[in-house]
Write a new protein. Structure first.
Length: 486
């Protein structure tokens, strides 16, 4: 009997096992008419034959998904995954089916001497897109310089291991890519496409489109997968921005329609609150609660104007605000928002903190940041709101991460002791509708609104965070005297 070895299937069987969390994945077959056997397995044992496979699977206590390998009308083998993760069952069934079909194609072809690599010059001469090829028998994968660059490989060497590509694929996209590569080996005649994310060495995420096609030798035997990698990160970002723009337009229309009714409700609330305050003249818990209701209603009125500004996109009404005064005024309601499990502390500078910004907008920034901080500390923690005044000089490049022009700035810093963020989340927090909160608990607009206000006031936001070690939002506003001078 002749043993047929496929380095490509060796790699993909391992990737299937890792992707679906299986304890074992294998393809075993025996074609009597050609005297060919196949055994591809993870982990490797070297003893599992076609005749033993069915008994082996029947004797397992773990769940098994198995698909027969069929050549012509005969069942010549089995592809199987053992003990996969329950949530991955559909993926396991799809990938094992593709493994069986791929093995059937490879086993159903007449075997002969392996021909030289006709496409060698082609992958060396890659142009804008990256070229790659993957030999079915040896498992050697050759990638052009452009392909290696798209995958974040910076070495001068040219590795021939498929793991250079597969290890960079985002875990959530691995099943789709493995499925596409197996589909390509079945030889539908058309190129198979799969868009997936690449996690680069610096942690950044890029999008590539992979195309794969089965190439045959001169006598029609499947020889290798060939394909291209194309960088689609920019089109993906443009598509996302366009969707967000449409969503914000729809939200603006909704906000404009709801604002009138919302104002009617606020008029009733504020009117009755004033009446109640007129009848409760003595200081006490009741009057304190009514004062907070009046304060919250005033904030809700400011929110109405902000919703309308999303529709009209008018310039921020920078009438002038004192950061210290806004923090002191909002402190009571911020403590209520934080809850009893959050220890809130304010540290206010004795220096002037006058900025060209609307006070209600500053308060809106504080409300959004405090709510986010509270949600990042479900078991409680500490929250600090601090103000300061700084002077940035032209030589302070390291202290000006957002390239603010030199001058005097008042800063508002909100620091929590919560869960922090990784770099991937940090890079997305200001995108509209982005949220890490469970469905129904967040709109994904809070930080987008914060950045929108800060941008329109000529300021900047610096986010400092370490996973598990809390987060600081440092917001810099041009001081009022500087803004007036300009």
């Amino acid at each position: 009997m002749h043993h047929f070895h496929s380095g490509l299937l060796d790699t993909l069987v391992h990737e299937v096992a890792v992707t679906v969390g299986a304890s074992a994945v294998f393809v075993t077959a025996e074609v009597g008419s050609t005297g060919t056997t196949m055994l591809v397995e993870f982990p490797k044992s070297g003893t599992l034959t076609f005749s033993k496979a069915r008994g082996y699977m029947l004797g397992l206590d773990e769940p098994v998904v198995s698909v027969p390998v069929t050549v012509g009308d005969a069942v010549v083998g089995w592809a199987a995954a053992v003990g996969w993760e329950e949530r991955r069952q559909a993926e396991a069934e799809r990938l094992v089916t593709l493994l069986a079909r791929s093995a059937a194609v490879l086993l159903g072809q007449p075997r002969g001497p392996h021909l030289p690599n006709r496409a060698h010059a082609l992958w060396e001469d890659a142009a804008r897109d990256g070229y790659w090829e993957w030999d079915l028998e040896s498992g050697v994968a050759r990638l052009s310089r452009r392909s290696l660059s798209l995958l974040g490989h910076r070495g001068i060497d040219r590795p021939d291991r498929p793991e250079v590509w597969l290890d960079r694929v985002h875990p959530d996209d691995k099943a789709a890519l493995v499925s596409a590569l197996l589909t390509a080996t079945i030889d539908s005649g058309d190129a198979v496409q799969c868009e997936h994310r690449i996690v680069r060495r610096d942690g950044s995420i890029s999008w590539v489109e992979a195309r794969a096609l089965l190439e045959h030798d001169d006598v029609g035997r499947p020889q290798r997968l060939i394909g291209w990698l194309c960088d689609v990160t920019r089109p993906r970002h443009m598509e996302t921005e366009l969707r967000n723009a449409h969503a914000l337009t729809d939200l603006g229309r909704l906000a404009a329609g709801a604002a009138h009714d919302f104002n009617n409700f606020l008029t009733v609330i504020r009117g009755h609150t004033e009446l109640a305050l007129g009848s409760v003249r003595q200081p006490g818990p009741v009057r304190e609660s009514l004062e907070l209701i009046r304060h919250a209603a005033a904030g809700a009125s400011a929110l109405t104007q902000q919703l309308l500004s999303m529709r009209r996109r008018h310039e921020a009404e920078c009438s002038g605000a004192d950061l210290n005064a806004v923090v002191q005024s909002a402190e009571a309601i911020l403590r209520l928002l934080g809850g009893k499990a959050i220890e809130l502390r304010t540290v206010l500078t004795p220096l002037s903190t006058g900025v060209r910004a609307d006070p209600t907008h500053i308060e809106r920034i504080l409300l959004n940041l405090v709510v986010n901080a509270r949600d990042a500390m479900p078991a409680g923690g500490s929250l600090e709101i601090a103000t300061a005044r700084v002077t940035l000089r032209a030589t302070d490049d390291q202290a000006r991460p957002h390239a603010l022009p030199p001058g005097s700035y008042a800063t508002l810093t909100v620091t929590d002791s919560g869960t922090g963020m990784d770099e991937e989340i940090r890079a997305s927090i200001f995108e509209p509708f982005f949220t890490t909160k469970p469905s129904g608990r967040g709109t994904g607009l809070g930080l987008w609104i914060v950045r929108d206000i800060v941008d329109r006031c000529g300021g900047a936001i610096d986010v400092r965070t370490i996973p598990g070690n809390g987060t600081s939002f440092v917001i810099s506003f041009p001081c009022e005297d500087e803004a007036l001078a300009k």
